[in-house]
Design a protein around this ligand. Structure first.
Ligand code: PLP
Length: 376
């Protein structure tokens, strides 16, 4: 039996999404920039996809730009905005995804910006007062704070932060890669300038994502080239990918309530079983708090053991795919930047379980039984 509990890393492609994409890999091959019938056909597919996505987020299609994924969307929002508007100060948190952190740190290293970090509380939540203080001291900053953390699932109130940014004339980017298709986002009501999405996180294809840029915020392209994406991103569009992204988004949102109910039940079961069967298990960040975390992520710290270095490998041998709280650097297992920021004990076994609607109760029982055999 093979068990996949690493859905925050990527999700399996939905069969209906593949079906929607196939015609654009086979018969409809025209270059969307061509003015002839073959080109018009694929251009129309892209624009239909854009309209679908815009309707789901209550924004205008002209505010959406397709990219090669979440990383490119984050890089574009950060690097292009800071360069275009000549911004000198940015605010972020130490537990952002590397697509955000490394982009900002590259600008800091090059002397383009000064970078300030907000404080986090013991559970990894942004301390709002530090955001307010940094904004008051540095009006016109660039702020990047993620909606939900990919490792510990903590959710940040982007409405509240957006309102503070407006008050202090700051640009606000939020990496929403982990919340897109899980939570409804109404861009008519959310004061955010840039959000990002990645199709493979919601049963769409890999290598395609999007960037939302609020109307009125004009930035220079990140990838120079042709006039694609209304001069915002050079390069022939990934037509099948874009069609697949829109289909996956539509379909995942359609089933969102039902999926959430199912996944919350699985997560609750896993929390209970881990506590019962493996005494001493603790949970990182807010991930065990169903109100304050992404319902699809649970980050557990299992008791210290000299075999913990091999934990993920041993689970893999038993057919269970999860992810660790570690970054593998030169052969040594170190806690990830997120768990390190929370002061995680490197002796314990850190495991991120992340679910999709395809997981079952039986898989949860089997996973805990397997883990229990390692710790008994
Ligand atoms: N941001 C977050 C929070 C993510 O979890 C990921 C994916 O791991 C990314 C950005 C990058 O997305 P992509 O894999 O599409 O480049």
């Amino acid at each position: 039996m093979s068990i996949y509990l690493d859905n925050a890393a990527t999700t399996p492609l939905a069969p209906e999404v593949l079906d929607a994409m196939v015609p654009y890999l086979k018969e409809h091959f025209g270059n969307p920039s061509s003015v002839h019938a073959h080109g018009r056909e694929t251009r129309s597919a892209i624009e239909k996809a854009r309209k679908k996505v815009a309707a789901l987020f209550n924004c205008s299609p002209s505010e959406l730009f397709f990219t090669s994924g979440g990383t490119e969307a984050d890089n574009t929002a950060i690097l292009s905005t800071i360069r275009t508007y000549n911004i000198k100060h940015a605010i972020t948190s130490p537990i952002e995804h590397h697509a955000v952190l490394h982009s900002l740190q590259a600008l800091q290293k090059a002397g383009v910006i000064q970078l300030s970090f907000v404080d986090l509380d013991k559970k990894g939540n942004v301390v709002i007062e530090t955001v307010e203080k940094l904004l008051a001291e540095n009006p016109g900053s660039f702020v990047s704070l993620m909606h939900a953390n990919n490792e510990i699932g903590n959710i940040t109130d982007i409405g509240l932060i957006g309102a503070l940014c407006e008050e202090h004339r700051a640009f606000f980017h939020s990496d929403t890669v982990q919340t897109i298709a899980h939570f409804p986002i109404d861009l008519g009501l959310t004061p955010v300038d840039f959000i990002t999405g990645s199709a493979h996180k919601f049963h769409g294809p890999k290598g395609v994502g999007f960037l939302y840029i609020k109307a009125g915020k004009k930035i220079n392209p990140f990838i120079e080239g042709g006039a694609q994406e209304r001069n915002m991103r050079g390069g022939t569009e990934n037509v099948a990918g874009i069609v697949g992204l829109a289909k996956a988004l539509e379909q995942t949102y359609e089933k969102a309530e039902e999926s959430k109910k199912h996944i919350v039940a699985l997560k609750s079961l896993l929390i209970r079983l881990l506590q019962e069967k493996i005494p001493g298990t603790t949970f990182n960040g807010e991930s065990a708090n169903l109100e304050k975390s992404l319902f699809s992520v649970l980050n557990a710290s299992l008791p210290a053991s000299e075999d913990n270095d091999m934990l993920l490998f041993n689970l893999d041998i038993k057919g269970i795919s999860v992810s660790g709280g570690s970054a593998c650097t030169s052969g040594s297992l170190l806690p990830s930047h997120v768990l390190s920021a929370l002061g995680a004990n490197p002796q314990r076994g850190h495991v991120r379980f992340s679910f999709s609607a395809l997981n079952t109760e039986e898989e949860i029982h089997k996973t805990v039984e397997t883990l229990q055999s390692f710790f008994s």
